[in-house]
Design a protein around this ligand. Structure first.
Ligand code: HEC
Length: 169
């Protein structure tokens, strides 16, 4: 679909959306396309970090500090009780939709968040290298459930694995 047609469709759906009903499948599909094609930028930005074990561990550690309360230790929302209750729900970062973003777009999402969903912006909280490290981690997520539940939801203390191998540089 061309940009212009997408915008037109988005405008049409926005008008239809004036009824106070929850978004239907068409509205959700259009909102998702608008987000992926128009809102989220940075498509051609390259990750300056090599996917070395050390960089991956750092990325996982930064993820563990700032993202696991909503995305789980495995990035797949394992053990996050309200994941489905958010609007839109918290996606698995291993899903084909999220993995279809380029590295630069993932970095953009982390830096700017997705307004007006519950996905917060990390600008001013995380450094650029931490954000690129997290992008590496998102590309190498552990298997679903393999790290247990975030301790904050009663899953016990985090394993050394969940903390990026337990080594501090
Ligand atoms: C307060 C809860 C919360 C926190 C903390 C959070 N997220 Fe999210 N995240 C969400 C929600 C809700 C969505 C779904 C947003 C949407 O689909 O528009 C999301 C979506 C995403 C997506 C997919 C975006 C898309 O368009 O499909 C990525 C990637 C992501 N988050 C990464 C992160 C990273 C990395 C961190 C830590 C720096 C983080 N999130 C912290 C709630 C959160």
């Amino acid at each position: 679909m061309s940009r212009a047609r997408l915008l037109l469709l988005a405008a049409g759906v926005a008008l239809l959306g004036c009824k106070a009903t929850p978004p239907g499948p068409l509205e959700r599909a259009v909102a998702s396309q608008v987000k992926r094609r128009l809102t989220v930028r940075g498509r051609s930005d390259r990750n300056p970090l090599e996917p070395s074990p050390e960089n991956l561990r750092r990325g996982q550690r930064a993820f563990g500090n700032y993202c696991t309360v909503c995305h789980g230790l495995d990035g797949r929302a394992t053990g996050v009780p309200f994941a489905e209750a958010m609007a839109p729900p918290i996606p698995s970062l291993g899903s084909p939709e999220v993995q279809a973003y380029s590295d630069g777009q993932l970095h953009w999402v982390i830096e700017n968040g997705i307004f007006p969903s519950g996905m917060p912006a990390s600008r001013g909280i995380l450094g650029d290298e931490e954000m690129w490290g997290i992008v590496l981690f998102i590309r190498h997520l552990p298997p679903t459930g393999s790290l247990g539940e975030p301790p904050v939801y009663g899953g016990g203390p985090p394993s050394p694995q969940a903390l990026g191998g337990g080594r501090v540089p």
